[in-house]
Design a protein around this ligand. Structure first.
Ligand SMILES: CC(C)(COP(=O)(O)OP(=O)(O)OC[C@H]1O[C@@H](n2cnc3c(N)ncnc32)[C@H](O)[C@@H]1OP(=O)(O)O)[C@@H](O)C(=O)NCCC(=O)NCCS
Length: 181
């Protein structure tokens, strides 16, 4: 397996031709059952995200073919990440303060089904966070019914609360993990 880190926005943009079919295949599976509209949403988000300062993409390739990827970015001060809690979650004072460095978000992580359970996801996740310098914590949102929710717990993530990021969106578990300095 060959892993690569991409931080240059132009290079990250060029990866999209490979990322899109992998995203489409992985998130067509239950519980996501995503279709063309969701894939279009991913493409639109990625176009914005990959030019954000601090963006990092890790790719995993086998015989030159993309088999997994992870990417993320730090939250900016104007982020709406901490909005949309559905369960009356009360966050401690200052919890939602962001400055472009404090919180690194794992935006997407996906491995082709036939290679799961072989350590690719763990390696992608570790590589993604390796250079998240200055970040106090890492955050993500995961569907509670996805096997990935238990997987993230195993990696040390803890529940912040349940969130519905936009009207009509599924409910997600908002999770964080403290990073050691
Ligand atoms: C989540 C995902 C990226 C994990 O990737 P992976 O390559 O299968 O993970 P790994 O093989 O590195 O797993 C590492 C460890 O987690 C364990 N594990 C695997 N699936 C697990 C699960 N559902 N629950 C708990 N632990 C799990 C493995 O046994 C392994 O344990 P070990 O290190 O003690 O041997 C992959 O399952 C995936 O692509 N899922 C579909 C997309 C998705 O849901 N992405 C997350 C969206 S937020």
């Amino acid at each position: 397996m060959q892993y690569a880190t991409v931080t240059d926005p132009a290079a990250a943009g060029r990866e999209l031709d490979d990322l899109a079919p992998l995203y489409e295949a992985v998130f067509a599976e239950p519980p996501y059952l995503e279709g063309p509209r969701d894939v279009a949403g991913f493409l639109e988000r990625y176009q914005h995200e990959h030019t954000t300062p601090g963006f990092r993409l890790i790719t995993a390739r086998e015989h030159g073919e993309l088999v997994g990827f992870a990417y993320g970015l730090p939250l900016s001060s104007g982020t709406r990440w901490w909005e949309g809690f559905t369960d009356g979650t009360l966050l401690p004072d200052g919890f939602t303060r962001e400055d472009g460095h404090r919180t690194f978000v794992v935006m997407e992580l996906a491995v082709l089904a036939h290679l799961r359970g072989t350590g690719v996801g763990r390696t992608l996740h570790a590589a993604l966070l390796r250079e998240a310098k200055g970040a106090e914590r890492v955050a993500l949102a995961v569907r509670p019914e996805a096997p990935a929710a238990a997987w993230y717990e195993r990696l040390g993530y803890q529940l912040v609360g349940l969130t519905q990021p936009w009207d009509g969106a599924p409910v997600y578990r908002s999770m964080t993990k403290t990073l050691s300095p």
